[in-house]
Design a binder for this molecule. Structure first.
Ligand code: DC
Length: 229
C-alpha cells in the first residue's frame, strides 16, 4: 500500500506541533516537524558566526553539516539540539534563512526522503503547497494573532524563558509577515486545504477535529473509530 501523507500548515502558535505529533501517534504514522529542520539549520549557521542573510554562505555551511530528524528529536552534527532550537533567537533566525531558495531546496529534499519509508503527518509552512503537493489530506490551522501570542508566551515562560507578552506578539507578527511575503514558498492556504480556526478551541478539540477531517477524507482501510476518542 502506498504511504499516506497528511500535511498541517499554518503560522506559529496555532497548535500545529502538538496536534501533528498526537495525530501521527494515533494513526501510527511518522511525524515530520519541518520547522525543526529550519531551526537546526539556523543554529548550525549561527554557530559559525556567519551572515544569516547571505544565501550562498548559508548553503555552503549546510553542505558540511548533518541535520537529522529522529522521531521528534533533531540532531545537528550528531548533537541533540531539540531544546536549543526553541529559543526566540533561533525562531527569528530560522524564519530569516527560510527566505533563501538554496536553503529551502536542500531542506525540502530531506523532508521528501522521510516520506519514503513510512506514512507521514508533516507540519510547517509549505508542506501542502510545495513539499507534498499531492498529499492525501491537507489541513491549515489558523488563530488570531493575540491568541497565538498568548499561547507562545505561556510556552516560553513554562520553559523558563523570561520574555514579555508584547515582545512575543511583536516577534510573531514580524515572523508571520516574513513567512507570508517571501518570494519562495510563502505561507499560503494551499489548494484543497481544509482551514480550521483554533482561536476558541482547546488542543483536545483541535486534535478531534483534525482526526475527523482525516477520517472523512482519507481512504484508510484500517480505520478504527477508537482513534477518535
Ligand atoms: O514551525 P516553526 O515555528 O518551528 O518554524 C520556524 C521557521 O521556519 C518559520 O518561521 C519559517 C520556517 N519554516 C518554513 O519556512 N517552512 C516550513 N515548512 C517550516 C518552517
Amino acid at each position: 500500500m502506498k504511504n499516506k501523507i497528511i500535511t498541517i500548515d499554518g503560522p506559529s502558535g496555532t497548535g500545529k506541533s502538538t496536534v501533528a505529533k498526537e495525530v501521527a501517534k494515533k494513526l501510527g504514522f511518522c511525524y515530520l516537524d519541518t520547522g525543526a529542520l529550519y531551526r537546526g539549520a539556523a543554529l548550525a549557521i549561527d554557530l559559525k558566526g556567519s551572515n544569516i542573510d547571505d544565501d550562498s554562505r548559508c548553503r555552503e555551511i549546510l553542505s558540511s553539516t548533518t541535520i537529522k530528524l529522529i522521531k521528534d528529536k533533531i540532531f545537528v552534527n550528531g548533537k541533540d539540539v531539540s531544546s536549543e532550537i526553541r529559543s526566540p533567537r533561533i525562531s527569528n533566525l530560522a524564519s530569516r534563512i527560510a527566505v533563501h531558495s538554496s536553503v529551502r531546496e536542500y531542506l525540502v529534499e530531506i523532508q521528501r526522503s522521510s516520506s519514503l519509508s513510512c506514512s507521514v503527518v508533516a507540519e510547517g509552512r509549505d508542506t501542502g503547497s510545495v513539499v507534498f503537493p499531492n498529499a492525501d489530506v491537507k489541513i491549515y490551522l489558523d488563530a488570531s494573532l493575540n491568541e497565538r501570542a498568548r499561547r507562545r508566551h505561556k510556552e516560553l515562560i513554562s520553559k523558563g524563558i523570561n520574555i514579555g507578552f508584547d515582545q512575543v506578539l511583536e516577534e510573531i507578527q514580524e515572523r508571520d509577515h516574513r513567512d507570508k511575503t517571501r518570494g519562495v514558498a510563502p505561507l499560503v492556504v494551499s489548494e484543497n486545504a481544509i482551514v480550521v480556526n483554533t482561536t476558541q478551541m482547546s488542543i483536545k478539540e483541535v486534535i478531534s477535529r483534525v482526526l475527523k477531517i482525516i477520517k472523512d477524507n482519507l481512504a484508510f482501510a484500517s480505520w478504527d473509530d477508537g482513534i477518535l476518542e
